[in-house]
Design a protein around this ligand. Structure first.
Ligand SMILES: [Mn+2]
Length: 355
C-alpha cells in the first residue's frame, strides 16, 4: 500500500510537493478543475467545495491544462520531489456536460475526453477518477463539526431544490442559459448514459493503460436536487463491475461516502470490493452519522475503525494508493496543512503498525 496526497489545481507547485513528501506521501492525485472560479482570476480555496445551491463556480477555467505536455510537466515536477503522479481526479464539467445530460454536444465532448485519456496514459498517469453525477456534491454545510470545534462539513437533511439550466455537477457551464430547470430523469436513464459513456471510453482507456475509476455519489442519497444518483448503496458498485468486466473500469473508493450510506456494513463492503482487485485508489477518511445527517470528522473520531480497515486492506493484498481526501481544518496559521499532516501521520502510523 502507498500513501498519496490530493492536490487542488493551485497546489501544483514545489512547496506543496515538498509538504506532501514531508508527510510521507509517495504518490499524488491531482484535481485540475478550478471548482470555485467566478469569472476572473483562479481561486485558491482550501475548503473543499460543499455544494451551495447556486453552484461552486464556473466550469472550464483550467481547460488549457489538460494537455499531454502539461501532464508530463506535472509528472516531472513531482518526480523531482519523490512523488509519482498517480491519478487525475474529476473531469471538468465544461468538457462533458452533454455527456452527463445527453445533450447535442455529447459526441464531440466524448472525443475530447478520449484525447485526455490518451494523453494521460502516454504521460504515465494510471488512473482518472470521475463522478458521473448530475447534481454532483451538493447540499452540504460547513461548521465546527469535528473534535474541538474544528471546521468541517456535514449534511442537515435532504436537498430538493431543482437544478437551473446551464448548471451540472454543481458548476455553471453556461452563464447565458435561459431560465428553467433540468428535467427530472429516472435512475435507469442515468445508468444508460453511464453505459454509453463507458462503452465509448473503454477501448481507448484499455489501449492507453488508464483506469476510469468511479467515485460513489457524495452525499449518497437516492436523489439529490431531484436528480437520480448512481451509487448511493454499497451494492450498486457491483452493477458497474458486472456490466463492464474491463480492467479499465475501476473504483475510486471513498470510505467516507460509503460509510455515510444508510445501509450496508462498511467492513463487509470494503472486503467485498477490495478483494475483487478493482479498487483503483482509496479516499481514506472518516465520518459520523449517515445521510442525510452526518458530519465529516478527524480520521480517528468517526464511526469507522480505521485500524480494522487497514487490516482488511492488508488481508486483501490491496496494492494501491490511499489519500486523505479531505480533513477538518485545524485552528492555526495553516488550517489545511495541519489537518492534512495530522491525517497523513495517522495513516502512516496505521500502515507501519497494523499487522
Ligand atoms: Mn471522496
Amino acid at each position: 500500500m502507498k500513501l498519496g496526497f490530493g492536490f487542488y489545481h493551485y497546489m501544483l507547485k514545489d512547496e506543496y510537493y515538498q509538504f506532501a513528501r514531508q508527510c510521507g506521501a509517495t504518490h499524488a492525485v491531482v484535481h485540475l478543475v478550478d471548482y470555485f472560479y467566478k469569472g476572473s482570476g483562479h481561486t485558491k480555496a482550501e475548503n473543499q467545495p460543499v455544494g451551495d445551491i447556486q453552484g461552486w463556480g464556473e466550469a472550464g477555467a483550467t481547460r488549457s491544462l489538460w494537455t499531454y505536455d502539461h501532464f508530463v510537466y506535472l509528472r516531472d515536477s513531482m518526480a523531482r520531489h519523490g512523488l509519482t503522479f498517480e491519478a487525475i481526479e474529476n473531469f471538468d464539467p465544461a468538457d462533458w456536460y452533454d455527456v452527463l445530460l445527453d445533450g447535442p454536444r455529447k459526441q464531440e465532448q466524448l472525443e475530447r475526453l478520449k484525447q485526455i485519456v490518451r494523453d494521460a496514459g502516454k504521460a504515465g498517469v494510471k488512473v482518472i477518477g470521475y463522478n458521473f453525477s448530475i447534481a454532483g456534491v451538493a447540499g452540504r454545510i460547513t461548521g465546527p463539526f469535528a473534535r474541538g470545534g474544528a471546521l468541517s462539513v456535514g449534511m442537515n437533511g435532504p436537498v430538493d431544490e431543482p437544478i437551473p439550466l446551464g448548471m451540472v455537477w454543481n458548476m455553471v457551464y453556461d452563464r447565458n442559459a435561459p431560465p428553467g430547470y433540468l428535467p427530472e430523469i429516472t435512475h435507469e436513464e442515468l445508468w444508460k448514459r453511464l453505459e454509453y459513456f463507458l462503452s465509448e471510453m473503454i477501448p481507448v482507456a484499455e489501449e492507453a493503460g488508464v483506469i476510469l475509476a468511479l467515485h460513489p455519489d457524495d452525499p449518497p442519497l437516492e436523489r439529490v436536487r431531484r436528480q437520480p444518483r448512481l451509487v448511493y448503496r454499497p451494492e450498486l458498485y457491483q452493477r458497474l463491475l458486472d456490466r463492464f468486466p474491463s480492467p479499465s473500469v475501476g473504483l475510486e473508493f471513498c470510505l467516507g461516502t460509503l460509510a455515510e450510506m444508510q445501509d450496508g456494513d462498511i467492513y463487509q463492503t470494503i472486503r467485498h470490493y477490495v478483494c475483487q482487485g478493482r479498487v483503483a485508489y482509496i479516499h481514506f477518511r472518516n465520518v459520523r452519522g449517515k445521510v442525510p445527517y452526518y458530519r465529516e470528522v478527524f480520521i480517528d473520531e468517526g464511526d469507522v475503525d480505521m485500524r480494522k480497515v487497514i487490516r482488511i486492506l492488508k488481508a486483501c493484498g490491496y496494492p494501491g494508493v490511499l489519500i486523505p481526501d479531505h480533513t477538518p481544518h485545524m485552528s492555526c496559521a495553516a488550517p489545511w496543512h495541519a489537518g492534512m499532516a495530522y491525517a497523513m501521520g495517522y495513516m502512516k502510523a496505521l500502515l507501519d503498525c497494523t499487522v
